[in-house]
Design a protein around this ligand. Structure first.
Ligand code: PLP
Length: 390
């Protein structure tokens, strides 16, 4: 293995680069997680988290990866055998539906086109046919990190309302929180799930769920077994400024810092910045003569771009060479897309020179594995960055 000088670029669509400020905030002695300093920290943290989710009620914080909160959302609101309507337009939507099945729910999958956003009309069609109201929840992924497709959650809400259906709306905002607007209350979402390692710029290890009052009412009736994920235990403890079990204290130090960074920059500016780097990436991809996997320009993701590789190019070999020779880690295809695409993350703590370094490494990697790429990708990205600087 060659010695690597400088920083390795972690350009996966999560985990993302952890800013130095956050690293420093975590690099300090732990405090008593049942003491007064911790209580003060937790109170401030919970208040500030609501702002990022656009949520007025409690945001649950678990020591877990984001998938833990898929489970938390389901076990706290539903009962064995309940039907859930899961729209699947990518790898993560499929995983969430399978988690529901393994927990003893009855997932009814609406298979979507993986290159397109959630089809709210298809959801409306299924709900309209459910005259008895057997479907208890609708699951949608806001930003499908596997495909680089962002969906319009507001349209899903409107579809549920148009059918006058009682189903809870559960939204996976794992790779959209802190990247593109997440509006839990405005969407009328009942559970919105996220994790620490994407737009929040932290290491993996914290799972989050924002909830609605309907979700908290559903908690009272829900019959699935729950222990670690029990919202009731968490709520009671959080009200006293503690957690039911040992929290991820160092990650919480980091979260305080990353929320301060988002506040200082301003969320609108954060969203704009993500849009800018995403667009510069797309311009490079199209100048290279490659296709964005997302086939709907209104649904392009500001978190990550999934790029279709030319026929005959092995995506895994391309990623291996790019990582080893040019020190940039890119995401690979997931599920049926293994080897056919690569995924470039442009979310989190990121700037123009990091983007250009990433794009240059991609072009070098593609050329190394013999992929035919047109020249001009870097120029296209630079032109856009210049035009939108300042
Ligand atoms: N949902 C989406 C959209 C994701 O991108 C991911 C992970 O990348 C997950 C869920 C699962 O998150 P975790 O790996 O933190 O459990």
């Amino acid at each position: 293995m060659l010695h690597e000088s400088g920083r390795h670029f972690l350009q996966l669509p999560g985990p993302t680069n952890v800013p130095d400020r956050v690293l420093r905030a975590m690099d300090r002695p732990l405090i008593d997680h049942r003491g007064p300093r911790f209580r003060d920290m937790l109170r401030g943290l919970l208040e500030e988290l609501g702002g990022v989710f656009g949520a007025d009620r409690h945001v649950f914080v678990f020591a877990s990866s984001a998938s833990g909160c898929w489970e938390a959302g389901l076990v706290n609101t539903l009962s064995p055998g309940d039907r859930v309507l899961a729209f699947v337009n990518g790898f993560f939507g499929a995983r969430w539906a399978s988690v529901a099945g393994r927990l003893g729910l009855e997932p009814e999958v609406v298979e979507g086109d993986w290159r397109r956003p959630v089809d709210a009309d298809a959801i409306a069609g299924r709900l309209a046919a459910d005259a008895r109201g057997d479907i208890r929840a609708v699951l949608v992924v806001h930003n499908e990190t596997s495909t680089g497709v962002t969906s319009d959650v507001g349209r899903v809400r409107a579809a549920i309302d148009a059918c006058d259906h009682e189903a809870l709306l559960m939204v996976d905002a794992v790779s959209s929180l802190g990247v593109t607007p997440v509006r839990h209350d405005e969407w009328g979402a009942d559970v919105t799930i996220s994790g620490s390692q994407k737009g929040l710029m932290l290491p993996p290890g914290i799972g989050l769920c924002a909830v609605s009052s309907r979700a908290l009412e559903a908690y009272e009736r829900a019959g699935l077994a729950r222990a670690y994920w029990d919202w009731g235990d968490m709520l009671r403890s959080n009200e006293e400024g503690v957690f039911p079990s040992t929290p991820a204290t160092a990650l919480l130090f980091g979260l305080v810092e990353s929320l301060a960074m988002l506040r200082e920059e301003g969320l609108e500016r954060v969203f704009w910045r993500h849009g800018r780097f995403a667009e510069a990436t797309r311009r490079a991809v199209s100048a290279w003569g490659l296709d964005n996997y997302c086939a709907d320009p209104t649904a392009y993701s500001n978190a990550g771009t999934t790029v279709l590789l030319p026929d005959g190019v092995d995506g895994e070999a391309f990623r291996r060479e790019t990582r080893a020779r040019f020190h940039v880690s890119l995401g690979g295809g997931l599920g049926p897309l293994v080897g056919r695409v690569f995924r470039v993350g442009h979310l989190g703590d990121f700037n123009a020179p990091m983007l250009l370094g990433t794009l240059a490494a991609i072009e070098m990697g593609l050329r190394t594995v013999g992929a035919e790429v047109a020249p001009g990708g870097m120029e296209a990205a630079m032109d856009y960055l210049i035009a939108t600087s300042g």
